[in-house]
Design a protein around this ligand. Structure first.
Ligand code: PGA
Length: 255
């Protein structure tokens, strides 16, 4: 997508959540790499579970597909049982890391403060953070969408600089659209994406606002992706369910 002199290459990212053993991930990745070998001018990322990172990294290394993780811990290292650091993700071959997914906020006590610490850790180690934001259905009904997003972006990116956030990816994922089959309408998506871009401009200036890719996530499927990707402020998609099968994910990538 073009915006003045800055070109934002679309990013189609797959979040596999807690699905797939290493063997299953290996199979889907091999199929996907074959199916997307013709794709140009689109960046592709898959975020498998931690246990499959290494096997998927081996396959994606010389392919069009980049590797991402679904979460990280903010400390460099330490006695944090069950956690994974940014350096571990880098050494496993990750380029991206998803931060603040609504499932982590909802079920695992993720707050804007921990999201902020994780974004700091990710950018310090050279990982590109994908910061997830989005309102619940009740917040939308109560007309709180924009105040919720203000808080998630302002607190999530507190203390960061232009240099640390260049590049930055933001994913707008209305909680009510995740895994429900209920995608937001193009008007709702464009309105929020433009709002988010303006917010980033206010905080970090015009260049970062124009360079930041804003993905939409929430029931993206092969049959609604082109309509979403045609919106001026949509620079890609974060896909859950429909990224689990190589053929449906490939159709989305070929939007
Ligand atoms: P979904 O999930 O595509 O299954 O709605 C999106 C996400 O949680 O990132």
């Amino acid at each position: 997508m073009k915006d003045g002199a800055i070109v934002r290459v679309p990013l189609i990212a797959g979040n596999w959540k807690m699905f797939k053993t290493a063997t299953e991930a290996e199979e889907t990745t091999s199929q996907l790499i074959r199916l997307v070998s013709d794709v140009e001018n689109v960046e592709i990322m898959i975020a498998p579970p931690f246990t499959a990172l290494s096997i998927v990294a081996g396959l994606t290394k010389d392919s069009r597909v980049d590797l991402g993780a679904q979460n990280l811990h903010w400390a460099k290292e330490g006695a944090f049982t069950g956690e994974i650091s940014a350096a571990m993700l880098v050494s496993a071959g990750c380029k991206y890391v998803i931060v603040g997914h609504s499932e982590r906020r909802q079920y695992f006590g993720e707050t804007d403060h921990t999201v902020n610490q994780k974004i700091h850790a990710a950018s310090l180690s050279g990982l590109v953070p994908i910061l997830c934001v989005g309102e619940t259905e009740m917040q939308r009904d109560e007309k709180k969408t924009f105040s919720v997003l203000d808080k998630q972006i302002e607190n999530g990116l507190e203390g960061l600089t232009f240099d640390a956030l260049h590049p930055l990816v933001v994913a707008y994922e209305p909680v009510w659209a995740i895994g429900t089959g209920k995608s937001a309408t193009p008007d709702q998506v464009q309105e929020v994406h433009l709002y988010l871009r303006n917010l980033i401009e206010k905080m970090f200036g015009n260049i970062l606002a124009k360079a930041t890719r804003i993905l939409y996530g929430g029931s993206v499927k092969p049959d609604n992706v082109s309509e979403l990707m045609a919106l001026p402020d949509v620079d890609g998609a974060l896909v859950g369910g429909a990224s689990l099968q190589a053929d449906s994910f490939s159709k989305i990538i070929h939007f």
